[in-house]
Structures are given as C-alpha cells and as structure tokens.
Design a protein. Structure first.
Length: 247
C-alpha cells in the first residue's frame, strides 16, 4: 500500500515539528526559572497555610468532577454512532472515524495516568514551599523519592487536563470528514484542557507545566493514531456501496 499523499513534509512540519518547537519554547522558562512556583503562589494562602480553592465549588465540583463527566458524555456520541451502524447502514461508513475518536479520548488520559505512576512527581500541596514535606525540584532536576503518607507522588503529568486535551482529536476527525477550516475544531480540546488544568492548578493539585506536558501527550496521541488509521484516506467515510480509497 502506497503512503497517503496527505502525509508529506508540509503535514509533518505543521503537525509535528512546529508544535514540538513551540512546546520547547513555552516549557523552557519553567526549567530555567521558578515559574511553576510563581504561577501557583497566588492561589496559596500563606497566613492560613492552605489552598482556599481546594474545596471551592467551581474548581472542585464543576471543573474537577463535572468536567470528566462532560467528556464521557462527548465520548458517548461516537459510541452511539458506532453501535448504530449495526442497524443503520448509512452510519457504518463512520465506524472508523468513531473508533479513532473513542481511542483518542480513552488513550490520552490513560497514557498520562500511566506516566503519573512512573514519574513519582508530587503535587504543589505536597511541596515544602507550600507547607508540604517534599523539596521543590524542577522537572529535570534530580528528585528524591519521598513518600507522603505511604504514597509516592502521582501528579505529573496532569491527568485531568489530559481528559480535556484528548478532545483535540476532533481536529483530525474534522480533517478526515472533509470539514472546511478543521482548525476550528482545535478550540474545544484546547479550551477544555486549559480550563481543566487551571481548575486543578488553583486547587494546588498541579503546576502549570504539568498541563503543558499533558497537552504534548494528547497531541502526539491524536497525531500518531491519525497516522496509524491512514489519515484522511483511512478515516473518511466510504461512498455508499463503494470501496475506501487507498491512495
């Protein structure tokens, strides 16, 4: 099978090289300064030695708990279309793109959750600077393995932000479906990821850089799955009664 002409040098520049370069430029200040601490400082009350937003209704209930349920509801749409294809023939053409979206929505936070268990990084509320027990280190500094209440850190990357950033896959689905201006479909994933990430940051659950790395994980997951499915040629609905293009 010949490679799809969609995956030319321009595609990879726009979807891999330029995003990676932008990611490095944005994350580098977090590694050479204490920017993570500065971003979290406004949300920590030093007089009370507490995070006032920790149990805030907006941050805890609406964004943290309600946010993940909203993405589950979104994920139910491609699932229903996929299952509906068993009864409604016109829906069958959309099974592959629905499978792609469901995999992205599941694998993106799943990958980040697995990384959290491996990196053993702690949350801001566990750092000495904010009244915790763990010394502050930047991401690529040596970090001693410190167990707090019998548990090692599981705060990097940010899984809740990844639940929102997983919706970035709608951009690639829009490309496959031939939507005009598919870039507009980047906004739901970017907006949800930033909202979920900020909601956790104000609670002391994550540093700002944790959310950036979650974005990278989700973007690469969506991009690589898009390539694995064959891109536009592999995901576009096949014409009724016709074979899928292999060009």
């Amino acid at each position: 099978m010949t490679p799809s002409p969609e995956f030319d040098a321009l595609f990879w520049r726009r979807h891999l090289y330029w995003p990676l370069a932008g990611f490095v430029l944005v994350t580098l200040p977090f590694e050479i300064t204490d920017l993570d601490l500065w971003c979290s400082e406004p949300f920590y009350d030093r007089q009370l030695r507490a995070w006032p937003w920790l149990e805030n209704f907006w941050a805890s209930t609406v964004v943290h708990k309600g946010g993940k349920y909203s993405v589950w509801v979104l994920g139910a749409v491609p699932l229903l279309v996929f299952l509906g294809g068993f009864r409604h023939a016109p829906w069958r053409a959309y099974r592959r793109v629905c499978t792609y979206v469901m995999l992205c929505l599941g694998l993106s936070p799943g990958l980040v959750a697995a990384l959290k268990a491996l990196t053993r990084r702690h949350c801001p509320w566990q750092i000495e600077t904010f009244g915790g027990q763990v010394p502050w280190t930047r991401l690529f500094d040596f970090a001693p393995a410190v167990a707090v209440k019998g548990r090692y850190g599981q705060c990097f990357p940010a899984a809740h932000a990844a639940t929102g950033f997983g919706v970035l896959c709608l951009y690639f689905a829009a490309r496959a479906l031939g939507c005009q201006r598919p870039a507009r479909w980047l906004w739901p994933g970017a907006g949800l990821g930033l909202l979920f990430g900020f909601g956790q940051q104000v609670r002391g659950a994550h540093f700002a850089s944790h959310n950036l790395w979650s974005w990278l994980c989700c973007w690469l997951t969506a991009l690589l799955l898009y390539r694995a499915f064959g891109g536009r040629a592999g995901l576009a609905p096949a014409p009724a009664g016709g074979a899928r293009s292999r060009s």
